[in-house]
Design a protein around this ligand. Structure first.
Ligand code: FAD
Ligand code: EGU
Length: 448
């Protein structure tokens, strides 16, 4: 069997490894240049949080150890309040941590792993433009502006949130699609290493500056820098036009970060960058007949407020592989089963991410953020087996996302009724107590 993969990002390059292991002939087409050939610019690394789902998928192609050893552990969150005061909260036990991974390094590792299979060919600077899915044909535009045709039994679209293959499918088949842009955009800034080449903040943490409408997050890099991601409504990004505006804003909300970033670097970086949009995309189904399939962001883009987009996309490949194992070479059944089985889960994590966006935005400050997490921890301490915090189920288990929502709703019901019982008994017990005392008194003296 022969497969074409469209897109050589994180998901496309992992899927190439999976299909190669199954013995398919794989041709992967990526629009951009081979990132392994580009020079590494210092202080420009973008990182991602890798958790259990992503790790298990990497493990299935033998890459977990290599990737994990190049990452930095984050055992806890560290919350920066508006006065620069810090508080830490562990994610769980000491082996419950997430990893900060360099996006580019991970992509390079995956591309090289894919290419190390003799049945995989990578084609860079080949941009997908059109297809005839019934014929199993895909057409690409190469760097000379020439059209290149390829044929295969299966065409897998891993070309990201703005997928061109999905656009083609949307025009040619009965296909549901919805997208939602949120009012927030994001901008990446950086905290360089100190002069003596050390991390400027504790590095085994995910740093968070929760400010309601504005929020900043920092993940550590191996070169001892941190990548900061600032989330803000677009209209506020647009209202900051000068160095002065920017410094007033940062002094008010993120004062402790100014010296860490460097005042000049902050101004230069902020005013020369553009805030980027955040989009949530759902569609159905993920396949067309026995010929085509969408994976990763192409099938389900989500807002990044759970750190799950990549993890979910990598898990897609693992889920598909398990279905391949079950059905052998019957592509029609494989694709159909995959769509049916994966859709509720992809939808669930898109919803959870959106829900967390709304929650983070509506929590006014870091105290309310800390409080929420503390309540969860206390409930977990009281009922370690039956109450598991939502983030724990999402990041530290492979419970299916749609099951997590079910379990979460159930837990909420239990907690609500426990609170209700507590509230009720706090009225009833004293009332009964007072009443019975009155009765006692009446019995003692009242009968006289
Ligand atoms: P992409 O990474 O977008 O790759 C698509 C590839 O397809 C690209 O290489 C592109 O060049 C190529 N392509 C596009 N069009 C064509 C075409 N026409 N022809 C050929 N090739 C094409 N996820 C996490 O798990 N943890 C995190 O901490 C996290 N943080 C995030 C923070 C932010 C601010 C954002 C925006 C996202 C974050 N994510 C995170 C989500 C994560 O980035 C994505 O889910 C992940 O990159 C999806 O991988 P992908 O391979 O499906 O798509
Ligand atoms: C956002 C952007 C803290 C990387 C969600 C937590 C994220 C990441 C949280 C980004 C937050 C938010 C969780 C993890 C992770 C927290 C999580 C979010 C990595 C609920 C590079 N989120 N992210 N939740 O629990 O479960 O600490 O860009 F600020 S990792 Cl938004 Cl666990």
């Amino acid at each position: 069997m022969h497969a074409i993969i469209v897109g050589g990002g994180l998901v496309g390059s992992l899927e190439a490894c999976f299909l190669a292991k199954r013995g398919l002939k794989v041709d992967l087409f990526e629009a951009r240049q081979d990132i392994r050939l580009l020079e590494h610019v210092k202080g420009r690394s973008i990182n991602l949080a890798l958790s259990v789902r992503g790790r298990e998928a990497l493990g299935a192609v033998g890459l977990e150890q290599e990737v994990v050893s190049g990452g930095i552990r984050m055992n806890a969150r560290k919350i920066h309040d508006i006065n620069g005061k810090l508080s830490a909260q562990a994610y769980g036990t000491k082996d419950q941590y997430i990893l900060s991974i360099d996006r580019r390094k991970l992509n390079e590792t995956l591309l090289s792993a894919a290419e190390s299979n003799s049945n995989v060919t990578l084609h860079f600077k080949h941009k997908f433009i059109k297809a005839d899915l019934d014929e199993g044909k895909a057409v690409f535009l190469n760097s000379d502006g020439q059209e290149v045709e390829a044929h295969a039994d299966l065409i897998v679209g891993c070309d990201g949130a703005y997928s061109a293959l999905r656009r083609h499918i949307m025009r040619t088949t009965r296909f549901d699609y919805s997208q939602e842009y949120i009012p927030h955009g994001y901008m990446e800034l950086s905290i360089p290493p100190s002069k003596d080449d050390k991390f400027q903040m504790d590095h085994n943490f995910l740093h968070i500056w929760p400010r309601g409408e504005f929020m900043m997050i920092a993940l550590p890099n191996q070169d001892k820098s941190f990548t900061l991601t600032l989330f803000m409504p677009f209209n506020i990004f647009e209202s900051i036009k000068t160095n002065e505006d920017l410094l007033i804003f940062f002094n008010k909300y993120f004062k402790d970060s100014i010296d860490l970033i460097g005042m000049k670097e902050l101004c230069d970086c902020f005013l020369s960058s553009k805030a980027l949009p955040l989009v949530s995309i759902k569609c159905w189904p993920y396949h067309v007949g026995k010929n085509a399939l969408l994976l990763g962001d192409a099938a389900h883009a989500m807002v990044p407020f759970y750190g799950q987009g990549m993890n979910c996309g990598l898990e897609d490949c693992l889920v598909l592989d398990e279905i391949f194992e079950e059905f052998g070479n019957d592509l029609e059944s494989i694709l159909n089963t995959y769509s049916i089985s994966r859709n509720p889960d992809a939808k669930a994590i898109c919803d959870l991410a959106m829900y967390n966006y709304v929650e983070m935005r509506d929590l006014v400050n870091s105290r309310s953020f800390l409080f929420r997490k503390k309540v969860d921890n206390i409930l977990h301490m009281i009922m370690p087996n039956s109450f598991i915090p939502l983030y724990t189920m999402v990041s530290f288990t492979r419970l299916r996302y749609h099951q997590i929502i079910k379990k979460w709703r159930f837990q909420k019901k239990i907690v609500d009724s426990a609170l209700y019982a507590l509230l009720l008994s706090s009225f009833i017990i004293p009332t009964v107590f007072i009443a019975s005392n009155k009765l006692k008194l009446w019995n003692l003296w009242g009968r006289k």
